[in-house]
Design a protein around this ligand. Sequence first.
Ligand code: BES
Ligand code: ZN
Length: 630
Amino acid sequence: MANVSIHTPRDPNTLSNYNNWRTTQTAVSLEILFEEQILQGTVSHTLKSITNSETKEILLDTSHVQINKVQINGKQHKFELLSRLEPYGSPLKIHLDSGVETGKSLDVSIDFATTSSCTALQWLTPTQTSNKRHPYMFSQCQAIHARSIFPCQDTPDVKAPFKFTIRSPLPVIASGIADESNPTEPSTTNSPQTHTFTQSVPIPSYLFALASGDISFAPIGPRSTVATSPDRLSACQWEFQHDTEPYLLAAESLVFPYKWGQYCVLVLPPSFPYGGMENPIYTFATPTVISGDRQNVDVIAHELSHSWSGNLVSNCSWEHFWLNEGWTTYLERRIQGIVHKHARWRDFSAIIGWAALTDSIKHYGETHEFTKLIIDLKGKDPDDAFSSVPYEKGFVFLYHIEKLIGQDAFDRFIPHYFGRWSEKSLDSYDFKTTLLEFFEEDKTVSKKLEEIDWDTWFYKPGFPPKPEYDTSLVDEVYSLAEKWEAFTNIEGEQQQQSDFKPKPEDVKGWTANQLVVFLERVLTFERPLPTERAKEMGSMYSLRGTQNVEVSSRYYQVALVSGDTSIKSYVTDMLGKVGRMKFVRPLYRCLIAMDVDLAVETFEKNKDFYHPICRAMVVKMLMGKTAQGA
Ligand code: BES
Ligand code: ZN
């Protein structure tokens, strides 16, 4: 028994046997076929045996991928696609003649093609793009969609450097450093051109990313470029050029220097299902952040923070997702405090976060599994567990620790933690140990850390204790909301008197985020506003037609909840123009409650516009099969 080591897989959402093999290098070479709407090519993994000839099998994750050929160390090999296990896919099984001793590697090369059932890719025809000249494609692999592009160990517990060789007639962006010779213009003959990229920092499969289309480039900082459709380029450049480098500098002052070389942003078509996705080198962002007033750039502060939390230091499974998102939300808010030179700005953002947490917990119910910090995802789809909980409960936990031990002590811990786990993956218990060990010698801090009830924080569902925030930026907002709340009483049975007369000046000079806080507050009223009052609010504060989707989508919820049927056309219009799930989900939820036929009709009309991940989410909502968390 002396040489036997047991590696229990930490990630229940992969069917790969990554406890036997570790990917140490991946090379993807593929062609983007816009006509057929598929990717076709070869993926080569170097797989290191981490057990001593314990297995003769290699199992890789795949989902709806066509496998054409498997080679091991250059020699063709038999393979088998096992039957599908929802939602994880069909593992690719490669049987070896003999086991491999610890530390020795095999080169496994697989010829593959994606299929029309691929969940990671969205393909747009030229008419679906903003300048309508060329087709477009992009990927979204988090959480478990990389396996629908190519066979891999699709778990954040495995990280490897990547090489990309991509053939496309249009410019290509990938999650690696672009070779200087890559073309940056569409090919004039429409024939494929080769683009190569290198990612030398090891990354998990979910950070594999690809986009190709009529994309042009402009600088937004000394190490940053924005990429987008040529007709949107100058607007995107204006939106980001003011803040990107200050954000990077603030993050570096909190942690340590940025390790990835360039930090760039790709602004995608409106069907991009997230606000932002932290793909290395190139953050992918929704065009809804381009509001012409730089009021939504906090998304960039968030995504670039992932360069440390998530991308350099990764959660080892989606059960510990708070380590990615809670840390990122924490860093993002520290950055806000630094660039605005006052901590009240981070508290302002934290107050918005608490409202989002309240909303999620309310929707799940206070005892729901997904309201815990560490969640059980065995047999489950991580996309179904997506909510504000890991972000906001994770943030509140880190904020709590910071307040408990003091900011100076916590600031010493930040670079230590990210250095200790750099290029690795960890779980919540590793986090705990790292924190406790770091302060072992410091008796005062250690004593304070003893107060943390770890089990409660990790496993108790529902609300964490609410921190005390500096409310100076929201006091005005709350007091206006209170005046509106009075309308929910006086127009009912008990007639009270209120001399409040809403007027446009009530919100004069407010930032979009203040309006967001105001509307969130209104959404938490015990009773909805009377319909006429909701209408009045919309016209007085110009909330119906605003270009800022953060504001308008929340106002639409207020109107829907109040029973204002005249808002329906605005809602269905937005659901045909914005595919970001953060907006799509609550709007469908309210629309279903008001008019389920209209919800179905709206979905039928727009389903081709939505990314497959968003489409699947709405289908689940319409079938009433999801917990519908926010
Ligand atoms: N990594 C997430 C997006 C994500 C999470 C994609 C889980 C797939 C599965 C990204 O960093 C994120 O949190 N985006 C937010 C932006 C925000 C909090 C500023 C979003 O999309 O709303
Ligand atoms: Zn994030």
